[in-house]
Each structure stands twice: as C-alpha cells, then as structure tokens.
Design a protein around this ligand. Structure first.
Ligand SMILES: CC(=O)N[C@H]1[C@@H](OP(=O)(O)OP(=O)(O)OC[C@H]2O[C@@H](n3ccc(=O)[nH]c3=O)[C@H](O)[C@@H]2O)O[C@H](CO)[C@H](O)[C@@H]1O
Ligand SMILES: [Mn+2]
Length: 342
C-alpha cells in the first residue's frame, strides 16, 4: 500500500516536471519570432533620420540652377542622379550625411588565389572609402589564414567569414548573391543602413563616399558607357531568365559593384539568386553570370542612383575625356592563372 502510494507520488512528480519542460519548450519556440521582430522594429530608422539637414554657418559654393557639366548626363530619363565629379559638393554632402549616423556594410569575396588582391583592396579602401563614416566590411573567404593584417581606421571594422571552396569561378561569382541574401536577412537589419557589394580584384584611388548612397545603386560599366544598347553584352537568349531583347535596355551595369538600402539590395540579391536557379534547372548559364541577371533586374527595377564609370574604371592609366577623377579601378589580372578553371 505504502509502496503503491510512493510510486504514485513519484509518477505525479515526474509528470509535473515533464509538463513543465514541454511548457518551457513550446513557450521558447513561440517566443522566437516575437524576439526577432522586436529586434528589427527597434532598429528600423525613422524617416527623419534620413532628412537632409544642413548646419548654419557652413561655408560652401553656391549651387546653380543653370550651370552644370555639359559633357556628361547628370540625371537619367527616370530622374535618378548619375554621380560624376563636379555634380556634388563634398563639403556640403559630408556635413549633411554626418548627421545621419550611418553604417555602411561592405562585402567582398576572396576565394582561392583571389586572396592576393585583399591587401591592396583593403589598404586603398582605408585611404579613400567612406573616410570618417562607419564602415563594416564582411569578408568571405575559404582561406582566412591568408587575410592580411590591415590597420582599420577608428570607425571601420572587418569581420572575416569562412566559406567553402568552389571549383568554378563562375559559381563563386554567382554564389555571392545567395550569401549576400542570407547575410542581409539574418544579420544586417540591426547592424547597417546601407550595403555595397564589391569585387576584390579592385583598388581605390580617389574618394568614394556618401555621394554614392541611395535606395538602389548601380555602377555604369566602364566599357559600355558610350555604347548603343544593342551592343551591350546583355543575355540575348530568350531561354535564360536574364534575357533582354535588343531593343530594350538603359545602361550596362557592372557586376563588380552595386549597393543601396538593405531592403532594396535584399530584394535584388534574392531575385537574382532565384532567377539563376531557374536557369540552372533549365541547363542554361547567362553569358556574364550574375552580372547578366543584375542587368535584367536593373532594367525593370530602376536604380534610384547611378554611379558613373569613375566608380569602376578600367585601369588607372586608361584615359577618357569624361573621367575627371578615377575613384575605383578593376586591376589587371591573368584570368587563366588566378581562376580555378576556365
Ligand atoms: C568588372 C566587372 O564587371 N567584373 C565582373 C565580370 O568579371 P570579372 O573578371 O571581374 O570576374 P572576377 O574574376 O573578378 O570574379 C568576380 C569576383 O568573384 C570572386 N572570386 C572569383 C573567382 C575566384 O576564384 N575567387 C573569387 O573570390 C572575387 O570577389 C571576384 O572579384 O563578370 C563577373 C561575372 O561574369 C562578375 O560580374 C564581375 O563582377
Ligand atoms: Mn573582378
């Protein structure tokens, strides 16, 4: 009898503990979405944070309603500014954006032999890229041990992330879209205001700063800024999701640099990655990989700001009358030697 009673008490005790655990567990699960939501809503910036406030007493040149550069277009036909030297006042624009307390996330990938480009990329960025503004670089590499020590300025920081190696350079280049989509979705909401995604085989030579910020930002490719649209190297096969017919197209954009607000770049990376996967399922790869999909995206989701080829020039020594300042260049490389495949 006593034995039976104690057995029942023990059973009841374990029952309670079990119930408690189940409760805790379900409760934790049901809490998760709430917590995530709280973090995001807490960090969303209010519209007034983006107001273009200027300080009394700031001395700068009077802007003109009449005079501008006449050798280049400072605006697209959908009224997005095109940023060229001489279209903005660095003193004024820096002072306005200083008041917004921004963080610019910047991603760069260096897999395989491309780690050799990191030193020049990072050192030159520290000299010219968003100087005086908060920058968080996210560097994705399969060889973290090869990341050089580069001294970061006070408000710039670098996070290194290990990613698996890949055998095809095309897969590395296209795979960036998937990693970027996840990074923005999972981590950046409470971390940054804007993002730029850059090729690593590049180098800064001049200012690249807040004049480049916008909701959705594309960089005009240095080889095609003066070409007619039917000569752009868009994907021309209708079977690909990146297809653009010969009579359509605005500009040809580079895949080596794009950016904007987290929300807009998230949508861009997600869409391009989805489109590339449809192509894979249909056994087709766009002629210039994610760059082709990016161009398709920009055609039907117009960028709100365009950066002139000053923001991705061919080579520091290559000249063109319209390029008054070279800010960022693609560096010459031996593709056959540096890539894992043809
Ligand atoms: C100037 C320009 O418009 N560049 C684009 C162009 O060729 P690119 O010749 O510039 O392509 P690329 O060889 O630089 O590859 C793009 C990027 O992928 C990364 N990477 C690539 C290979 C590798 O082994 N390891 C590695 O880390 C690295 O960050 C590199 O900068 O077309 C590519 C897609 O076809 C991309 O759209 C590039 O952005
Ligand atoms: Mn490149």
């Amino acid at each position: 009898m006593v034995l039976r009673q104690s057995f029942l008490i023990i059973l009841a005790f374990f029952g309670m503990v079990l119930c408690g655990l189940v409760y805790l567990n379900t409760n934790q699960n049901s809490c998760k979405p709430e917590i995530i939501e709280k973090v995001i809503t807490k960090e969303i910036r209010k519209p007034e944070n983006f107001a273009l406030r200027s300080s009394p007493g700031l001395v700068y040149n009077q802007p003109s309603a009449l005079v501008s550069r006449t050798d280049v277009a400072p605006v697209t036909s959908w009224l997005a500014p095109i940023i060229w030297e001489g279209t903005f006042d660095p003193t004024l624009i820096d002072s306005i954006f200083k008041q917004q307390n921004l963080t610019i996330a910047t991603t760069v990938f260096a897999l395989g032999k491309y780690t050799r480009f990191l030193k020049d990329f990072l050192e030159s960025a520290e000299e010219h890229y968003f100087v005086g503004f908060r920058v968080h670089y996210y560097l994705f590499t399969d060889k973290p041990e090869e990341v050089p020590e580069v001294k970061m300025s006070e408000n710039h920081s670098l996070t290194v992330r290990k990613v698996p190696s890949m055998n095809r350079w095309q897969d590395i280049s296209m795979g960036r879209m998937e990693i970027l989509e996840k990074l923005i979705k999972d981590e950046l909401a409470s971390e940054a205001d804007y993002i730029f995604c850059l090729d690593v085989d590049t180098k800064f030579h001049g200012r690249w700063s807040v004049e480049s910020l916008g909701r959705l930002v594309g960089v005009i490719h240095p080889w095609f800024f003066d070409a007619p649209r039917n000569q752009f190297t868009y994907e021309r096969r209708p079977e690909s999701q990146a297809y653009i017919p010969a009579e359509e197209g605005d500009y040809y954009f580079t895949g080596a640099a794009f950016g904007g607000s987290l929300e807009d770049v998230h949508h861009l990376t997600k869409t391009c990655w989805e489109q590339m996967n449809i192509d894979i399922a249909n056994s087709i790869e766009a002629i210039w990989h994610e760059e082709s999909h990016l161009n398709k995206y920009f055609l039907y989701n117009k960028p709100s700001k365009l950066l002139s080829p000053e923001y991705l020039w061919r080579d520091i020594n290559a000249g063109a009358g319209q390029i008054k300042v070279v800010r960022f260049t693609h560096v010459a490389k031996n593709n056959a030697e540096v890539r894992p495949n043809k």
